[in-house]
Design a protein around this ligand. Structure first.
Ligand SMILES: Cc1cc2nc3c(=O)[nH]c(=O)nc-3n(C[C@H](O)[C@H](O)[C@H](O)COP(=O)(O)OP(=O)(O)OC[C@H]3O[C@@H](n4cnc5c(N)ncnc54)[C@H](O)[C@@H]3O)c2cc1C
Length: 402
């Protein structure tokens, strides 16, 4: 393509204004670089595809907290249900997770990005991208018109669809599960606890969740290998623990989406392109939570890209992104993948036995000591030494909703 078609040159172009793209943009712009974020939708945060549960510890690691208007509720524990209804509670004294309004959260990140100097172009779809010599050429469609932008670095944060990343030769994220969630009003829930339901008949390959947004409203959803909508309707109609409390419930909103359980793709960097968030598979295989881990990796991407531009470094410097995030989180992703495989493998009868065993013992102190909503590796290593620790590892895994 002749260069005369290029309408704008930027240092760093970001595809997608979800949490990963916006966090990367904030970091990169903090190095004084010229950053443009391209978002195909006209409103940040819409359409939403998230249960909005994000750990308090996760935010501590991100180095900021969500403002109060973005937080709908705070939870301090979870109730876990086996296929036949055995259950136990993991409870902590302090709040463990925020239930976020994901639309407002994404908009909060967007205003942070703008304040620091990043430009966000809405209703602007990236239709193609390719590396040409020392530039990434990016084709955009805005109001049915085609534009071309050149960037020194492209950060692809397009989410699970991975259309642009595949055009650039990267892999697609693996082990994708369709998910459905109802936002329900007039239901009976304890607003301090999330509820998780396991079982091959309830949600094969994943679990069902109830996340309270208040004491009378909740997000109820599930991901499964197939037919999540049918399974969710069946769950609400027939699960003994849910039926009575949700009978009078009203569905205010239905959302769908794709949960990633296969862990990161094999390569998330090439030449002048960095992949962050869902498109890179930076999602917990245990729980499908990607807001924290994707954003932590995006911080690294933003820093590496920012330094690259500021200090006019050789292009190979960009490989530090992949090296750094794998150094910090690679082990955790691997351990969570093993635990996901274990959960998928356990038949309902074994799950019932394990839940019964756990419900009869007092593990709360061990969990308070070992449990961490985002990082499980240490817990798993400890679990190899004794059976009690194994149960703790299993419990810790179950308490990892986000
Ligand atoms: C049902 C469900 C429940 C979930 N619940 C949780 C939860 O409770 N906690 C949690 O941590 N995670 C949860 N997740 C996962 C979480 O939603 C994702 O990990 C997170 O949104 C990933 O952020 P991202 O920025 O990588 O991608 P996204 O949030 O998907 O953002 C990608 C952005 O890119 C834009 N885009 C895509 N293609 C283009 C293009 N060609 N040009 C321009 N713009 C483009 C999209 O419009 C979008 O705005 C859930 C997922 C699902 C499906």
């Amino acid at each position: 393509m002749p260069d005369k078609n290029i309408i704008k040159e930027v240092d760093i172009a970001v595809v997608g204004a979800g949490p990963a793209g916006l966090v990367a943009a904030i970091q990169a712009a903090s190095y004084g670089t010229k950053v443009s974020v391209f978002e195909e939708h006209s409103t940040i945060g819409l359409p939403t595809h998230c249960a909005g549960l994000v750990s308090v510890k996760g935010f501590k690691k991100l180095g900021f907290y969500p403002p109060s208007n973005v937080v709908l509720n705070k939870v301090r524990g979870a109730v876990f249900f086996s296929p036949s209804g055995h259950n136990f509670v993991v409870e902590r004294r302090k709040d463990q997770a925020y239930v976020l309004d994901r639309i407002l959260y994404d908009q909060f990140l967007a205003s942070k990005a703008k304040k620091i100097g990043a430009k966000i172009e809405l209703a602007c779809k990236v239709s193609d991208a390719f590396v040409k010599r020392d530039k990434v050429i990016i084709k955009l469609i805005k109001r049915k018109m085609e534009d071309v932008v050149a960037a020194k670095v492209l950060i692809d944060a397009e989410g699970v669809k991975s259309v642009i990343s595949r055009r650039l030769g990267f892999d697609k994220p693996r082990s994708l599960l369709p998910a459905v969630q109802f936002e329900m009003m007039d239901v009976e829930v304890n607003d301090d606890f999330v509820e998780l339901y396991f079982g091959q008949k309830i949600a094969p390959g994943f679990f069902a969740w109830i996340i309270p947004t208040s004491d009378s409203s909740a997000r109820v959803g599930l991901a499964a290998k197939s037919r999540p909508l049918n399974l969710l309707k069946k769950f609400l109609r027939s699960n003994k623990q849910v039926l009575k409390r949700f009978r009078k419930g009203r569905i205010a909103r239905v959302i769908g989406g794709t949960v990633i359980t296969g862990g990161p793709i094999s390569r998330t960097w090439d030449s002048r392109v960095l992949l962050v968030g869902d498109v890179a598979g930076q999602v917990k295989p245990t729980t499908g939570g990607g807001v924290v881990l994707g954003s932590l990796c995006s911080i690294i991407a933003g820093r590496v890209a920012g330094e690259f531009i500021r200090d006019s470094l050789p292009v190979n410097f960009l490989s530090n992104y992949e090296k750094t995030w794998r150094k910090f989180f690679g082990r955790e992703f691997r351990s969570m993948k093993i635990l996901r495989a274990l959960l998928n493998f356990l038949p309902d009868k074994t799950l019932d036995k394990l839940f019964l065993y756990i419900s009869r013992y007092e593990f709360s102190d061990d969990l308070a000591e070992y449990g961490d909503m985002d990082f499980q590796y240490k817990t798993i290593l400890r679990s190899l030494s004794n059976i009690k620790a194994l149960a703790v590892a299993f419990l810790t895994l179950l308490s990892q909703l986000v």
